[in-house]
Design a protein around this ligand. Structure first.
Ligand code: KG4
Ligand code: ZN
Length: 360
């Protein structure tokens, strides 16, 4: 093992870059998006790029891990070069690297982790492995109207459904989560049943617009139970059974899409409302791809207003996987003086509850 070269003393110290001048390169490769970004304390986000591998996986009906890893290998370094050129930066202008260390597909994670750790070593700057969900939880803070801590976060993505009390960077209390399928996963699987292809969430939402509300009534899973956990896997079975029973009825797919969407939206919104009431938080931050769903947005706004709270969203491109949120999370931790060793860190599983505030 070689000693780590340190180009600069910890940021904020007399000779190092002030936290406001600190520039952090963020890398995200946990699933099927290759993403890069550079964030500066004072100016905020300087540039970001996302490449989505949807075309690569579409014919397989879902993400193929090995194909995802290989594509990250092909794209990551050219994307970093293009990013730095776009931001007008040289490698020497980067003060730290933040890469997604987990949770996610292990091969995909290893690409970003290895590239991030090695670049940082070559450049003589610190590198940190960032929790992907911490990125999502903080993404709304990339916007001009920064939601102040503490806030309640509803994270609804293809991989996760969680209600989290966000008290500060690294200070997260998970109030509830899905016991089986994530909300986005339920959308995607149900869309597949309805013959809509992959990724099905937005297609199902579009079909639901043409469905008749109330034509079918599906269960509202877990709403009769206390606590903030969710369960969505039973819904797709209910859709399958109803679809079979409907036979050749041409209206059934759209009506069932509407009934499915209504069931998921009502479940998420009701539990989020209960969590607002229980915590007394006045901001509900919504993150993750399912946050793009317009019916969900409308219901969450109503539920929040009923509790005297407001909703806040990152812009659409920061709701889904991106590296701007990883660069921001890395910036917060590096600026607070957090440092890690030379190990390349990649964890397929990583409970959010293990995170600590920087310096704790
Ligand atoms: O956050 P994200 O990129 O997921 C993960 O990487 O885990 O979000 C993708 C998920 C997919 O499951 C997709 O079907 C869903 O978000 N999604 C939607 C909508 N747009 C995207 N689900 C429902 N309605 C939408 N409009
Ligand atoms: Zn994600």
């Amino acid at each position: 093992m070689y000693p780590q070269k340190i180009k600069s003393p910890p940021p904020g110290s007399a000779a190092g870059p002030h936290p406001r001048r600190l520039r952090t390169l963020g890398l995200e490769t946990s699933c099927d998006e290759t993403a890069v970004a550079v964030y500066e304390g004072e100016a905020g986000l300087l540039a970001h790029r996302v490449y989505t591998q949807t075309d690569l996986h579409e014919i397989w009906g879902g993400v193929v891990p090995e194909l995802a890893s290989r594509d990250h290998v092909r794209r990551l370094l050219p994307m970093i070069r293009a990013l730095l050129a776009e931001a007008g930066l040289a490698a020497a202008d980067v003060d730290g690297v933040a890469y997604t260390a987990g949770p996610g597909l292990i091969g995909a994670l290893l690409v970003g982790a290895t590239v991030g750790r090695c670049l940082a070593y070559a450049w003589g700057v610190p590198a940190l492995g960032i929790h992907h969900l911490e990125g999502h939880l903080l993404a709304a803070r990339l916007e001009a109207d920064v939601p102040p801590f503490p806030y309640l976060a509803l994270l609804v993505s293809g991989g996760h459904t969680m209600l989290v009390d966000v008290r500060g960077v690294g200070d997260y209390r998970v109030l509830g989560e899905s016991l089986d399928d994530a909300a986005g996963e339920a959308f995607d699987k149900t869309a597949k049943l309805l013959g809509l292809g992959y990724p099905g969430g937005p297609r199902l939402a579009a079909l639901a617009e043409t469905g008749r509300p109330g034509a079918y009534r599906l269960p509202r899973p877990m709403l009769d139970r206390p606590g903030f956990d969710f369960s969505f896997s039973g819904l797709k079975t209910a859709v399958l059974l109803a679809l079979r029973a409907a036979g050749a009825d041409p209206a059934a797919p759209a009506d069932l899409a509407r009934a499915f969407e209504d069931a998921v939206v009502e479940t998420l919104a009701t539990k989020a409302g209960r969590a607002l009431a229980a915590t007394g938080r006045t901001t509900l931050v919504v993150a993750g791809g399912v946050g793009a769903n317009l019916r969900l947005r409308a219901r969450l706004a109503e539920v929040a207003a009923a509790q005297g709270a407001r909703t806040a969203y990152p812009r659409a491109e920061f709701c889904t996987d991106n590296a701007a949120m990883i660069a921001l999370a890395g910036h917060e931790r590096l600026a607070a003086g957090e440092r890690a060793g030379l190990a390349v860190v990649a964890r397929a599983r990583w409970p959010l509850a293990e995170l600590k505030p920087p310096g704790a």
